[in-house]
Design a protein around this ligand. Sequence first.
Ligand code: HMG
Ligand code: MG
Length: 301
Amino acid sequence: MENLPKKIKITEVGPRDGLQNEPENIPTNIKLDFIKGLEAAGLKQIETTSFVSPKWVPQMADSQEVALGTPPKKGMRYIALTPNEKGLDLALSCGLEAIAIFTAASDTFNLKNTNINVEDSLKRFEPLIKRALDLGLWVRGYVSTVIACPYEGQIKPEKVLEVSQRLFDLGIKELSLGDTIGVGTPKQVEALLELILKKIDPNKLAMHFHDTRGTALANVYQSLQMGVSHFDASAGGLGGCPYAKGASGNLATEDLVYFLDQMGLESGVNLEKLAKASAKIAKLLHRPLPSKVWRTLIKNF
Ligand code: HMG
Ligand code: MG
């Protein structure tokens, strides 16, 4: 336990990954208020929205309003997903300074998610990332289905490494590895990271666990023991990918922050303020959120 990294970085994905699967239209002002609350809780890197087709992900149809409502700010990094040049154009028109591109370690998932296979997605990203970097933007890259694909089954760590290295070759500054459908356990995470960390700097790596089967925190602990200090999480445990059957919410930020606090690891996030920010979304959705820690904090919901 002595050797665990002491300072932990959290990328908050609630406003994007958390909300993208919600069928009920969430008004833009509520989303902006949510982001404000997350920021007030101490989160410094927030994925605010995605510039994707509103036909594919209707909840993100107000991406321009959300991005315009969260202009660049010192000390904050607001990120939006941009799957193609059109997404980048829209992000630029709203003044975004940080974007994320996303692909996968399995073709079938990538086709279902973005209508393109992995190889073609990398070809599509080449000019997109170059243009973004030339304009001074910061670029994150996602690889999904790093443990298993809902359509193809188990994924080999070698495939994840190959796609990840190609993204770094294209110029991404940070890599997020997604267990999109939350099937991983520490054993698989260990096998994956053993290979990944031979080639990739842990300071450029974030782990993105979905908590579908309740294994996300165990996977965080495994990653911490291997020197990873950056995790994606979603306030309240909201979320899921509309194109990955069975993907439920991300690891809840409240569950992660409680765990880190109690382990003496610093995240800089205030748990009570965070739970209050999530509570506003719960109120709108008329249901308690999945996070166990959130439920202990927001008693009168
Ligand atoms: P396509 O149908 O191949 O695109 O979709 P197209 O270029 O043929 O265009 C079709 C229509 O979409 C056109 O409109 C375009 O203008 C429009 P129409 O003429 O029919 O009215 N369009 C766009 N509109 C807004 N913004 C854009 C855009 N691009 C085209 N950027 C596309 C390709 C990528 C657009 C589509 O498949 C898509 O939007 N997919 C998004 C899927 C998505 O958002 N999934 C969830 C995020 S990924 C995730 O959750 C995983 C992650 O959390 C990590 C993990 O958990 O593993 C990151
Ligand atoms: Mg996700």
